[in-house]
Design a binder for this molecule. Structure first.
Ligand code: NI
Length: 361
């Protein structure tokens, strides 16, 4: 799966660089102010920054990922490239046209747009109506409520999991952002003492920095999963960056502990429709959570325990963290852990890894 996806991206990138006709240097944008509004994509409300140009709505090119299309940057042509299935369009910065690749004829056709593609604040902005309609979507502006609606016709991915089987009294403890040298050992000590398995969603660069801690996690029987290399908000990055974040983290897990499971969790839970589809094509399952302890914000052990007891249910996925913090914001996490384990066990819950929780769905 991974290989096929990569070959396809590589091929299309190659095609873009070879076939894309005449390129003119980018025109720098005049000052435009950004506003924020909600745009509805397939009936989902999505907040985005935007600007107006020639009476047209311009959105950050990565916004289009919410419609399900892949968004990349072609450095050679300084152009934004949108792809969906066999459709591909390329929009050079500073130009008021797009080039559309025809799969049947193998040539690029140029179409004029209502507004040019521009650079602003290190981002590219594209004309929403031009791109959406060229990719076969419906765009509708409701003047009465002043809202824009897009219908993408692209099906959502089916690989996002928020909880386990609600009829089995199982629960999964999950710890994000490690491994580190400060909290990971304390958490592991408690889990060992309580004979409790957990799942660690690790950051690639943290695995690189703390390989022995990663090995300890695995040797003590816990599950691991991918939490990207650099912890970016994936909804804001290009498709190729998303793929690299996941692949590099899979590789360092594999080289450090000999395995890399097919499970990931996006930082901040932020993921577009396109990102989920790409991850699905890479064979990755996406695991969110349904009990948020908010421990990263420095909650006390009592506050954390109260949240868990209030929100837990059979099949629950509890979100906690294990990152280095000079301000010791995760002291509450460590102090709450033995109590969470004891109290949930007393209520009849059994602790399992994410893998087990999903296998029993
Ligand atoms: Ni995180």
């Amino acid at each position: 799966m991974k290989r096929i996806l990569f070959k396809r991206i590589a091929l299309l990138t190659l095609l873009t660089s070879i076939i894309l006709p005449l390129y003119s240097p980018p025109v720098h944008s005049q000052q435009s102010s950004l506003s924020e509004d909600t745009i509805y994509v397939d009936q989902q409300a999505i907040k985005t920054k935007y600007m107006m140009r020639n009476g047209q709505l311009l959105v950050p090119s990565v916004f289009m990922k919410h419609t399900g299309v892949r968004v990349n940057w072609n450095d050679a042509y300084q152009s934004v490239v949108f792809q969906f299935e066999d459709k591909m369009v390329s929009l050079p910065v500073g130009q008021k046209y797009l080039d559309e690749y025809s799969n049947t004829t193998g040539i690029w056709n140029r179409h004029h747009m209502l507004a040019e593609t521009i650079w602003h604040n290190n981002q590219t902005f594209v004309s929403l109506v031009d791109v959406a309609s060229k990719l076969g979507m419906n765009v509708h502006y409701d003047a009465k409520i002043r809202k824009t609606f897009i219908t993408s016709h692209i099906a959502s991915a089916g690989n996002i999991i928020r909880r386990g089987n609600p009829h089995k009294k199982l629960v999964a403890l999950t710890f994000d952002d490690g491994p580190d040298g400060m909290y990971t050992p304390q958490i592991l000590d408690i889990l060992k003492k309580k004979h409790t398995p957990a799942t660690f969603f690790v950051i690639g660069k943290q695995v690189e920095a703390h390989p022995q801690m990663m090995q300890r996690i695995v040797s003590e029987g816990h599950a691991i999963a991918n939490h990207t290399w650099n912890h970016p908000n994936l909804s804001m990055v290009t498709t190729s960056r998303l793929v690299n974040e996941i692949r590099s983290t899979q590789r360092i897990m594999e080289s450090t502990v000999g395995r890399a499971p097919d499970i990931m969790r996006p930082p901040y839970g932020a993921l577009t429709k396109s990102d989920a589809l790409v991850l699905q094509e890479m064979g990755m399952r996406v695991v969110m959570w349904n009990v948020d302890t908010l421990d990263w914000s420095g909650k006390s052990s009592k506050e954390i325990l109260d949240i868990v007891k209030r929100d837990v249910s059979p099949g629950g996925i509890i979100l906690q963290h294990n990152f280095h913090s000079e301000a010791r914001v995760l002291d509450g996490t460590v102090a709450a852990l033995p109590k969470i384990i004891e109290e949930l066990r007393a209520e009849g819950y059994q602790f399992v890894t994410i893998q087990t929780l999903m296998d029993l769905r």
